[in-house]
Ligand binder design. Structure first.
Ligand code: E4P
Length: 215
């Protein structure tokens, strides 16, 4: 499973990327807004930190607008992936951008049939939002499993990018389902390292080691 960081905060991205385990980045308009910075400034900094796919989201609601924005984004750096919403216009834009050679991450996916449409439109990634489905009382992980199955049935190249992952169990279940990518908030990425028995075990080994006579 590839790990993307779901952030526009270059400070936390730098820290997480130092692990060598961050394969890419996803941003969205809300994450960019939180930085208080201009989109292009943030994106130019991100592409220098992580050498992998960097999703940047369009804000137009019509296909021509999304295509225009997307073609501008991909000029910034070869690793830019255009993020477009799963709407009728978004999928028109996906098809057009894919035919121009741009990679598209279709976002705001909440049903397996939407994901089927996105794959047919030529999306490089589909982003099903697990946590937001859980929030409204639907099991978000069922969506990940259904999409993985459908994509396998038809041998689509579209990668399943499990998004809106809120805790480590989401990551575990998405990995078990076979999602190609999980995009993680910084906090969840850090949580993956931790287990109390690791800390207790290490403390015991180090204290026992003090009893070993030195040569
Ligand atoms: C994915 O690309 C989205 O940016 C993100 O995962 C949304 O997560 P949220 O539902 O926690 O805002």
């Amino acid at each position: 499973m590839k790990f993307f960081l779901d952030t526009a905060d270059v400070g936390e991205l730098r820290e997480a990327a130092a692990s060598g385990l961050v394969d890419g980045v996803t941003t969205n308009p809300s994450l960019i807004a939180k930085t208080g910075r201009k989109l292009n400034d943030v994106v130019r900094e991100i592409v220098d930190i992580v050498d992998g796919p960097i999703s940047v989201e369009t804000i137009s609601t019509d296909a021509p607008g999304m295509i225009k924005e997307g073609l501008e984004f991909v000029k910034i750096h070869k690793n830019i992936v255009v993020k477009a919403p799963l709407t009728r216009e978004g999928l028109k834009a996906t098809k057009a951008l894919a035919s121009e050679g741009a990679k598209v991450n279709v976002t705001l996916c909440f049903s397996a049939l939407q994901a089927l449409l996105a794959a047919k439109a030529g999306a490089a990634y589909i982003s099903p939002f697990v946590g937001r489905l859980d929030d409204v009382g639907q099991d978000g992980m069922v969506l990940i499993r259904d999409i993985c199955l459908i994509y396998q049935n038809y041998d689509f190249n579209t990668e399943v990018l499990a998004a809106s992952l809120r805790h480590p169990i989401h990551v575990l279940e998405a990995a078990k389902a076979g999602a190609h990518v999980g995009t993680l908030p910084y906090k969840v990425f850090q949580q993956l390292y931790d287990h109390p028995l690791t800390d207790i075990g290490l403390a015991k080994f180090l204290s026992d080691w003090k009893k070993v006579p030195s040569a």
